[in-house]
Design a protein around this ligand. Structure first.
Ligand SMILES: [Ca+2]
Length: 195
């Protein structure tokens, strides 16, 4: 583990484009310990059902099913001896179909609850799903995609790559060079972003 940390630190120092795949989920998503604890408490809670994750939190239905299946164990019931509770955020991240976008949706849910909803940055409005996707794009899209496919100016694209990771929309909107024009292009790109 120490070797991995040293390796990660070393790579970060020399890399011009940060390779976020080497970071653990918490670091990759820029989450605080409190946010991680809240996510773990939420996904381990038997009241957090597949339906809640799918319909209310807004997860992809496959991700919602796999998350509950992994937690509940072979008997399919939550709260029994064979349950496999999630001890770390990486345990959650390791569930099939659960990636950064799903994790961000869960974070948004536990922080905002049902009041999360739409928001506006630099005069551009985003639904909750669009916010999660834009944060994912800002964190993971390559410079070439940001510059070419999304259509950002090169200094806007470079700023997003330099300022990673982003934990929320405020951080994306606060990045140097990022204003209404860039946010509108990111929003417009959401339907084409596979995640
Ligand atoms: Ca069980």
């Amino acid at each position: 583990m120490l070797a991995l940390l040293l390796f990660t630190a070393c790579v970060q120092d020399v890399a011009i484009t940060k390779d976020t795949s080497l970071l653990d989920a918490q670091e990759r998503l820029g989450l605080s310990d409190a946010q991680v604890d809240a996510v773990l408490a939420f996904v381990n809670d038997c009241a957090t059902t597949q339906g809640l994750l799918d319909d209310d939190v807004g997860l992809d239905s496959d991700a919602a099913r796999e998350l509950v299946r992994a937690r509940d164990g072979g008997d399919g019931d939550c709260g029994t001896a064979d349950d496999a509770r999630f001890a770390t955020l990486d345990d959650v991240d390791a569930v099939p179909q659960v990636g950064d976008q799903a994790l961000r949706q869960i974070v948004a849910w536990v922080e905002g609850g049902a009041t999360g909803g739409d928001g506006t940055w630099e005069g551009v409005s985003f639904t909750e799903a669009e916010q999660a996707a834009v944060i994912d794009i800002a964190n993971r899209a390559s410079l070439a995609v940001l510059d070419g496919d999304v259509g950002l100016a090169s200094d806007e694209a470079q700023s997003l790559v330099d300022e990673r990771p982003f934990a929320n929309m405020d951080a994306v909107a606060d990045a140097p060079q990022i204003g209404a024009s860039a946010l509108r292009k990111l929003k417009d790109y959401v339907p084409r972003w596979g995640g």
